[in-house]
Design a protein around this ligand. Structure first.
Ligand code: IMP
Ligand code: MG
Length: 204
């Protein structure tokens, strides 16, 4: 896959999804969203920063191509406290949310996230949208859906109850980066999704 010379970077194990595959899948996702929400005049894409910014800009443009409703863009900043790369056996993580002035009350919201991992971030934001912000509706759209090898019972239960309406790709339980996703703030600008060699980033 000749994306550029970055495959020679020892911190990159492999290219998981190339730019063409990502583009094609996002087009399909946009068509599905446009079809489901065809009765709406306007929808609000609510991107979770930082990771979702690349995905959301492409998804928004594909929604227009697909003849979907008019799109508003808002962002929320979520910080999930814990190690840079998750540990094993986690049962909860503290998520702090900054709405960045987003105008969301009464809106039909599509929550746009780069990756669903243990589910803490999306579950927390969704709950706040429904209970505190007072949105009209919320759907969840994730580009990557991580298939967890051995989730704790708490994580398994969370994942099973989280309603994900749209997902792009299932990915293995590895740390991935590129296309907006980072490892230690690196690789967000890559056009593809790569598997990170975790040993290069684990601090002991
Ligand atoms: P969750 O709350 O465990 O679902 O974690 C989701 C958040 O952790 C995502 O919004 C990402 O920011 C980050 N994250 C989880 N897995 C990865 C990964 O493999 N690469 C980059 N970021 C990730
Ligand atoms: Mg994120």
């Amino acid at each position: 896959m000749a994306e550029s010379g970055f495959e020679s970077d020892p911190r990159i194990e492999s290219v998981l999804l190339d730019a063409a595959a990502i583009r094609a899948r996002i087009r399909e996702m946009a068509q599905a969203i446009a079809g489901d929400l065809s009765g709406h005049d306007e929808i609000t894409l609510l991107g979770v920063l930082k990771g979702a910014f690349v995905f959301m800009s492409d998804l928004g443009r594909e929604l227009r191509e697909a003849g979907g409703p008019s799109v508003r863009f808002e962002f929320v900043r979520a910080k999930t406290y814990g190690a840079a790369i998750k540990g094993t056996g986690e049962t909860e993580r503290t998520v702090s949310v900054d709405w960045l002035g987003a105008d969301l009350a009464g809106k039909d919201v599509v929550l746009v996230e780069d990756i669903l991992d243990q589910g803490f971030t999306l579950a927390h934001i969704r709950e706040l949208l429904l209970t505190e912000v007072g949105v009209k509706s919320v759907r969840i759209c994730v580009l990557l859906d991580k298939q967890l090898d051995c989730p704790t019972p708490a994580v398994r239960a969370l994942r099973e109850t989280l309603p994900v309406d749209y997902h792009g790709f299932r990915v293995p339980d590895r740390w991935v980066a590129g296309y907006g996703l980072d490892v230690a703030e690196e690789f967000r600008e890559l056009p593809c999704v790569i598997v990170v060699r975790e040993s290069c980033f684990l601090s002991d």
